[in-house]
Design a protein around this ligand. Structure first.
Ligand SMILES: *Cc1c(COP(=O)(O)O)cnc(C)c1O
Length: 340
């Protein structure tokens, strides 16, 4: 069996999680609300300090529904060029009939100053701005955390522009684990927040969007249009609730494993490791080592990694990779890279 560090989405439901799924109380969510889904939505709303939350089959759909909820067709949304919603959803944004305008980060992730620099002076010719979307942790930047102070500054820029802010917090759980600051503090900066259950929490699928009752009413219709209205979704919600109750407190283990991995691999064969804030490790390879070749050779030795760019590979620690697995993974990658 290979050690699979391509993503924290590869985790399989544990035996205890499967028991929770089997025992879930269910009903037709689309008709009159599924009891377990309702319980999950209430739990997430409380954790994020929002009035309401809505369960989604995926984070991708929840982010798109958030854009459709906030942004009028024919307007523009501000988003960083390396955002998940830009790079990893096919071409999802155009489905909301809006165009993205990219914010270039000067650091690892966008700052309030970067957002300010991306703003245009008002003009009849320019598209109207309807939303600012921010990602925390930032996947493409290697699980980077945007600090609460920076996020508040960014929210202030959005408020000055009178545009709402959406937070793609697929891994906001990891932000909380890394900083010790409650998720609700980060969530308070944004009108809507998406959190994923199928990353660090280890559920098979699912995400939630949270915000005001009014926004969630609109998001319900967006979800409907996207075909995301579910029936006995309690079987999925039960897994998410189990993940929140049992796997949230152990995310710091993933972070410690990522730090061990980074330390063990940095410098090997000229590889440069971006110091991880959370559970994602980006490894920049020397020009002589194409990332796909390194990934193929690591796979032959029993380690699966993601090819992120032509010269960068990504490793993600998770629930199904023990500290011993991660140490073995570091040994394999070091050996592959040192052979060049
Ligand atoms: C995984 C991820 C998503 C999408 O979640 P899915 O449930 O896989 O659709 C959105 N944003 C970020 C930052 C992610 O990492």
């Amino acid at each position: 069996m290979s050690i699979d560090l391509r993503s924290d989405t590869v985790t399989r439901p544990t035996a205890a999680m499967r028991q929770a799924i089997a025992a879930a109380d269910v009903g037709d969510d689309h008709l009159d609300g599924d009891p377990t889904t309702r319980r999950l939505e209430a739990r997430v709303a409380t954790l994020l300090g929002k009035e309401a939350a809505l369960f989604f089959p995926s984070g991708t759909m929840a982010n798109l529904a958030a854009i459709m909820t906030h942004a009028t067709p024919g307007t523009e949304i501000l988003v960083d060029a390396d955002a998940h919603v830009v790079n990893l959803t096919g071409a999802g944004i155009p489905l909301a009939s809006v165009q993205p305008r990219f914010v270039a980060p000067t650091g690892r992730t966008i700052s309030a100053g970067d957002v300010r620099r991306a703003l245009r002076p008002p003009s009849r010719y320019s598209p109207r701005l309807s939303l600012l979307s921010v990602e925390n942790t930032h996947n493409g930047a290697g699980g980077a955390v945007t600090s609460l102070a920076e996020l508040r500054d960014i929210a202030n820029v959005a408020a000055e522009m009178s545009v709402p802010m959406h937070l793609d917090g697929a891994r906001l759980w990891n932000v909380e684990a890394a900083t010790g600051i409650a998720m609700s503090e980060y969530a308070a900066c944004a009108g809507t927040v998406m959190v994923s259950f199928s990353k660090g929490l280890g559920a098979p699928v699912g995400a939630a969007l949270a915000g005001t009752m009014e926004l969630m009413e609109s998001a319900w219709h967006a979800r409907k249009r996207l075909g995301g209205g579910l029936r006995q979704s309690g079987v999925l919600a039960a897994a998410a609730l189990f993940g929140i109750d049992n796997h949230r407190d152990r995310l710091s283990v993933d972070h410690a494993n990522a730090a061990r991995f980074a330390k063990a691999v940095d410098g090997a064969g000229g590889a440069r490791v971006v110091p991880p804030d959370t559970n994602i490790v980006m490894i920049d390879l020397p020009a002589s080592m194409p990332a796909d070749g390194i990934a193929r050779r690591a796979a032959r030795q029993g380690l699966l990694v993601s090819v992120w760019t032509a010269s960068r590979i990504r490793v993600v620690t998770h629930l199904d990779a023990s500290t011993e697995d991660v140490d073995e993974a570091a040994r394999i990658l070091r050996e592959v890279v040192e052979r060049g």
